[in-house]
Unconditional design. Structure first.
Length: 188
């Protein structure tokens, strides 16, 4: 009988652990316990579980929205531009790190899909040009992808010298989330 009770207890604890993994605060406490006991690899696994439980609840937003000098080599691997002033024929490049897009899990795969609109406004906020759904980003992976850079290259050669606002709206296809970024730039 004690053997059966031990097996039953192990099953219950295993199921409780699975149910509690959905609550990031519980998973964070488990990660702290693992860390305090020198189980660093286990702490990392538990922190990733907490991130997974929190990510989809966060609003869609951007980190590191910056003008760049050339296409990035990957996440965080970009050369920032020191100025928002561009020559007449120079392309305008911008780098973004989206956060909080909805990641769906189906079987062994995680997936997300983002699409973007843009508008260029003059210094009086009059829309000079825009395009809906001009860029799409789609990922399907066996690992949770939370470090995904996006960048855009714009050729505004026909804009006369002046001050403008670039407005980019990113939409999350897996949810109702969207985020808009506005950045001022100049053409000379």
């Amino acid at each position: 009988m004690p053997k059966l009770a031990t097996i039953w207890l192990a099953i219950c604890l295993g199921l409780a652990g699975t149910a509690l993994a959905a609550d990031p605060s519980v998973t964070i406490q488990r990660a702290k316990y693992s860390y305090d006991n020198g189980e660093y690899t286990q702490a990392i696994i538990e922190l990733r579980e907490a991130l997974e439980g929190t990510w989809n609840k966060a609003p869609l937003t951007f980190n590191n929205a910056t003008w760049i000098m050339e296409p990035p080599e990957g996440f965080g691997m970009y050369k920032p531009r020191e100025s928002n002033v561009f020559d007449a024929v120079e392309p305008v490049l911008i780098y973004l790190e989206p956060v909080g897009y909805t990641i769906k899990k189906a079987g062994p795969f995680y997936s997300f899909r983002l699409f973007a609109d843009f508008a260029v406004l003059d210094d009086k906020n009059k829309v000079l040009g825009s395009q809906q759904n001009f860029a799409q980003y789609q990922v399907r992976s066996r690992s949770l992808q939370t470090e995904y850079p996006i960048f855009f290259t714009f050729n505004f050669r026909d804009l006369p010298a002046g001050r403008y606002k670039l407005q980019i709206t990113v939409h999350d296809e897996n949810s109702e989330k969207e985020a808009t970024l506005s950045k001022v730039f100049e053409k000379r």
